[in-house]
Design a protein around this ligand. Structure first.
Ligand code: GLN
Length: 312
């Protein structure tokens, strides 16, 4: 392979990662043993524009499980299939200020507070269409693949580990069964949620998925309209208020873009009409967000004036 020059944007991203790589704060998630095996040094940033240009630096093709970054997409699926009115009977749009795995429902409406916390995501899992469990699994994988623009697969070991140790998620699901928010069969609904968290993606995939949200639901690689522009608006609104756990307010203040993070160290951010960003770095801060991922997003959005409320 001969000399390949980087584009100015890729050179910028490369330099940005070099500066941030020295930050070794945070710890890799270990709530399931499999996640603790992630290489803490992995670091990637990928930017994809709505016209499908891809700019990447670092470990952009290292696979990891999508975890909670899946949640806005699953909310999008529910909206697309059932419409807002039906979906809002199952989940609200208010931030909780509590951790993602909190065991609380909104006692006025008996709903999970929003689709970005586990309770809300599990309620969405029940909405997957299919005659039987295998069909619902296939529906799920097909939907995420259409967002990524390529056929995705699941990490069998992480899935097994999620399923073996997900007792808190079981508690959440059974509480919702008790209150009639889900109807069951509860173990099958949970199984779909565990599978969803265990889908393997790369930073490149996540950036394509984020860019597809930026492109109002039209996949920037395949051209397929995956969900409608109106549903994208609703997904992005909930990401803006609830996407970064109990850091959502500070994130909006600093970065100013709708975003979602997950415990394996991925973060996506979306600048509507323009681009999607994905970062990957497994060390997490105390609320569960990627330390270096946040740093990359802060600097990138500041350097290019991408904050939603900046005068451009
Ligand atoms: N599988 C994880 C859980 O449900 C996902 C959580 C996350 O990424 N925040 O606990």
């Amino acid at each position: 392979v001969g000399f390949q020059s980087r584009s100015p944007v890729e050179q910028y991203l490369h330099d940005l990662l070099a500066q941030i790589a020295t930050n070794t704060e945070g710890t890799v998630a270990d709530y399931i043993p499999e996640l603790a095996k992630a290489n803490p040094e992995h670091l990637a940033v990928v930017v994809v524009t709505v016209d499908g240009k891809v700019y990447s630096a670092g470990d952009a093709d290292v696979p990891f499980t999508i975890q909670s970054v899946s949640k806005p997409f699953m909310f999008g699926y529910a909206l697309q299939e059932y419409g807002l009115e039906t979906v809002l009977k199952k989940v609200g749009v208010e931030p909780t200020g509590d951790p993602f795995n909190s065991i609380v429902l909104d006692d006025v409406n008996n709903r999970p507070f929003n689709p970005m916390v586990n309770a809300g995501a599990i309620a969405m899992s029940e909405l997957l269409r299919g005659e039987n469990h295998a069909e619902r699994e296939a529906t799920q994988m097909d939907f995420f693949s259409r967002f990524a623009g390529r056929k995705l697969t699941m990490d069998q070991t992480v899935y097994q580990s999620e399923s073996d140790t997900g007792h808190r998620n079981r508690a959440i699901a059974y509480m919702m069964l008790n209150s009639g928010m889900i109807n069951g069969p509860t173990e099958e609904v949970l199984d779909l949620y565990f599978r969803q968290c265990s889908i393997l993606v790369t930073a490149r995939d996540l950036a394509v998925m984020a860019a597809t949200l930026a492109a109002h639901g039209r996949n920037v690689i395949t051209g397929e309209q995956v969900i409608s522009p109106g549903n994208v608006r609703d997904v992005l609104s909930v990401m803006a208020t609830c996407g970064m756990y109990d850091y959502a307010g500070q994130w909006m203040f600093d970065v100013g873009l709708p975003a979602k993070s997950g415990v394996s160290g991925g973060i996506i951010a979306v600048l509507p009409g323009q681009l999607g960003i994905a970062v990957y770095s497994p060390r997490l801060d105390s609320v569960g967000n990627s330390v270096r991922g946040i740093e990359v997003c802060k600097r990138f959005t500041r350097d290019f004036s991408l904050h939603a409320y900046v005068d451009r």
